[in-house]
Design a protein around this ligand. Structure first.
Ligand code: XMP
Length: 524
């Protein structure tokens, strides 16, 4: 996907369906080097361009074990362009060069210690510490079930882990390297530096490339597209839809209708907040209150994916209704950003993690409506930069993301109005305390989860038998990986006390200490 025009030296990332391909591209771009994600099919024509300085082969949910080598990689591996294969990418290159890949008896998943026993251009100067034999040690993130059993003839082994003999291999002469772990995720210490060494020391890229995001160009482009038509926007009030609203509003003014749906699955005081923040921008904001409709449709529905689909379906119905109400509506806009597209499997053939309703769930939208997604190619921090320039309030820019299906996926199993009310209060207390203790902007996302199981407690002299609330708070750069947040104990104690004392029907508060992966940020 050619995201920006003014390219200089280019790294091509071949996506074999890994959920981390976008992260690889992110890492390269952060270094000021242009890169492009492409399919293997596209690689053949792209690699001929002079600007291509290196190729990174992504991981994949697939396996090469049953694959017969068909020589289709010859053009790549004989091109003289440096290649870095990550996990599946490394297996592919091993197969091509007559190595052997097998399904391992021991799967590796999580952080492991890598021992670098021979330095190479990829790892020079990169380590956490040294062991007693003087070997460099590095904590890296593994996620694989296949391993290399025999490396190709001219390849050397540079690093191993306890369960994986060939964790970094390569042919220094050909500038072809393979890593079994994922340097692109933040769980790999100094992973960025490994990619940096590939990009600069091995591919000799020049930096200095900057994404070409000009607000005036974006507005002009929208104006050219929409003309005098009317357009409705799915407006949630988060930074993505806020920026989308402001861009379109500047382009077409009163022809934009921002539709905010009160699903009954919102956080406490959400609507009031949105009305307050958007009032000074003077775009048309239409609030559609449909709590009953959503709760009725969700009654007795347990499955998280079904809940998402139901919420998405009603959203679509509402947008169709709103479009039909007006004469000239020809467009439907939403604030989809690049990670939404990736996580929703719209790009290439990645395995679907969760269907984000804003991208996938809107099936059934009137065919007459054309889709406009003006920030679809941007990452969150790029959207935030634009938001700052457009003077969006800080609380919106840095507000924690809130999923489209709302608290329906924060109530485990069936959704009931009573559960929503309890959860909303607990969640509000948590947020209030985070703000009070200057912790809100230190965590990337925080919320409460309602666990519909009863647990015993005592209140005064009486036995209590009530529900459970879990608190979740994470720190992340990109929401693709995340660490649970370490709060001071006193803080957790205070939140727990307040929830148990102030929210009826809660007898116990727990704190979620799982990271992503293997857990996701949301519980459903
Ligand atoms: P997970 O739970 O997949 O979440 O680790 C990653 C980020 O995406 C948000 N999320 C959603 N957003 N519709 C949305 O609009 C959804 O169905 C959905 N599910 C997860 C999540 O809150 C986190 O910020």
């Amino acid at each position: 996907m050619n995201r920006h025009k003014d390219k200089k030296d280019t790294i091509l990332i071949v996506d074999f369906g890994s959920q981390y391909s976008m992260l690889i591209s992110r890492r390269v771009r952060e270094m000021g080097v242009y890169c492009k994600i492409c399919t293997f099919k596209d690689l053949k024509k792209n690699i001929l361009e002079d600007s291509v300085k290196g190729v990174i082969l992504s991981g994949s949910p697939n396996s090469v074990v049953k694959k017969n080598d068909d020589n289709s990689y010859k053009f790549l591996f004989e091109s003289g362009v440096p290649v870095l294969g990550i996990c599946y990418g490394m297996h592919l290159m091993s197969l091509y060069f007559q190595g052997k890949v097998i399904t391992s008896k021991k799967k590796e998943f999580g952080r492991v210690k890598l021992s670098i026993h021979r330095q190479c251009s990829l790892t020079q100067g990169i380590y956490d510490d040294l062991d007693s034999s003087g070997f460099s040690k590095l904590k890296v993130w593994m996620s694989h079930s296949d391993i290399i059993e025999k490396i190709p003839k001219n390849f050397q082994v540079f690093a191993s882990t306890e369960n994986c003999r060939y964790a970094i291999i390569g042919d220094e002469k050909k500038k072809i390297y393979g890593v079994q772990f994922h340097p692109e995720v933040t769980h790999t210490n100094r992973g960025k530096h490994i990619i940096r060494r590939f990009v600069f020391s091995i591919c000799h890229c020049e930096n200095g490339w900057k994404p070409n995001i000009k607000i005036s160009n974006m507005i002009q482009k929208i104006r050219n597209q929409i003309g005098n038509d009317q357009i409705i926007l799915a407006f949630s009030g988060g930074v993505d839809s806020f920026v989308t609203a402001l861009l379109i509003h500047r382009a077409v003014g009163k022809n934009l209708f921002c539709i905010f749906v009160d699903t009954g699955l919102l956080r406490l005081h959400e609507l009031e907040r949105i009305l307050k923040y958007s009032s000074r921008f003077h775009f048309n904001l239409i609030v559609v209150s449909e709590e009953d409709r959503f709760l009725r449709a969700l009654r007795n529905v347990k499955s998280p994916e079904k809940k998402r689909m139901i919420v998405g379906k009603i959203f679509t119905e509402i947008f169709n209704e709103q479009a039909r109400k007006r004469k000239n509506v020809r467009w439907f806009a939403q604030g989809t950003i690049y990670p939404d597209v990736i996580e929703s499997k719209l790009v290439l053939d990645q395995k679907n993690i969760k269907s984000h309703h804003n991208v996938r769930g809107l099936v059934g939208l009137d065919k007459s409506l054309k889709i406009l997604e003006p920030i679809k190619n941007l990452f969150k921090d790029e959207v935030r930069e634009i938001a700052k320039k457009l003077e969006v309030p800080k609380k919106v820019i840095y507000g924690h993301p809130f999923p489209g299906p709302g608290i329906s996926i924060r109530i485990l199993g069936c959704v009931k109005k009573k559960y929503c009310e309890i959860l909303r209060q607990a969640d509000h207390i948590f947020t209030e305390e985070l703000l009070k203790h200057n912790l809100y902007y230190k965590v990337s996302q925080s919320f409460a989860i309602f666990i519909p199981m009863k647990s015993v407690g005592i209140m005064g002299d009486n036995r209590k038998y009530e529900w459970i609330i879990s608190l979740r708070a994470i720190k992340t750069n990109d929401f693709m990986t995340a660490d649970w947040f370490h709060f001071p104990r006193k803080f957790l104690e205070r939140v727990s006390n307040r929830i148990i004392n102030e929210v009826n029907s809660i007898s116990r508060v727990v704190y979620d200490i799982s990271s992503k992966p293997p857990s996701t940020i949301e519980w459903e």
